[in-house]
Write a protein that binds this ligand. Sequence first.
Ligand code: FE2
Length: 385
Amino acid sequence: MAPVAVSSIEDKYDASQFQSAHQGKTKKGSFTVSEENKKQALYPEYLPTWNPNQKFPPYKFQEYHDKGLQGDKNYKNLFSQDKDYQVKRMTPKLGSVVEGIQLSQLDDAAKNDLARLISDRGVVVFKKQDFNSLGPEFAINFMKYFGTLHTHPTSGAPENFPQMHITFRGASQQEIDSVFKTRTNSILWHSDCSYSLNALQLTLFSCLQLPESGGDTLFANTVEAYERLSPAMQQRLEGLHILHSSVEQAEANKKAGGITRREPETNIHPIVRVNPTTGKKHLYVNKEFGRRIVELKQDESDYLLNFLYDHIERAQDLQIRVSWEPDTIVFWNNGTTVHTPCVDFDEPVIRHAYRISAMGERPVADVKYLNDPDYLSEKYKELNI
Ligand SMILES: [Fe+2]
């Protein structure tokens, strides 16, 4: 059996990474999108730039205190009686759509409820938001409330906002064609940057400019994926850990002419993780960054991981599909869900979006290890990481 996933990384188009089509330069000398794309961008202040001289130190372990634990279980501050709002569940266990609440107006108590709602529902879609017009700084400050913001190691960002991860697909047929040059589809289920020691947790995504249709995001519920397994399989997974790595992502990016803002990271995380807010167990596996189960031989690891990937990818009864509209903001929990882009555009138009992720806890198999800096230290020594 072929090793899991690694070979697919270089072949895929990632709209957040440097592309050969990006030939523009900013006044400060950073790379940016082409003049042609710049002219067509509706939100130029959010365009990605790649500064080859920008470097960030490696991440160190951080203690984490979830705002969701301070939230009301009925979200009474977020959904107060005097507001005219609507909340609809997309499916019974995953995803909610909210209308009639303006996120930019929330106070801290309502933000705590929001964090709790995102943990409970996995994905929450807010329609008709004013965030995009308020500029990058507003969105960054909003997200800082929930934790330290993650800075992506290789992606482009607006010049003064490195924590804003930009995805930008230009108005070119070549960019669409490059997605399918070596692949039959664009689906790649993943959890963002799962190689990070503290996991990316509460995540905001907003589309600034988009085609009339196309470019949906699909989400799968990893709590439900765990609960669907037999007790015997659940037991088999207990105590196993996956090595997650960004080495291949960094190499592919370098090869394309991109930048490295932080050196690649390799970390191990439990295959079954617990969400400290809800206490629920969930699978923490993804093909993009997961390399192998460290307690197993490679063939055994491939066998088991391929089963788990297939289980999540094929179970459409634990997935949702979010369609983007202008001024829609989507939040997700990057642990209790996995997601995939869907590239199905048929005409060359710009798709411009941003993501901001607050970092959460270092993933643990049991809440008793939450915020323990020595968690898995023996395993790290054993594996020489
Ligand atoms: Fe992603």
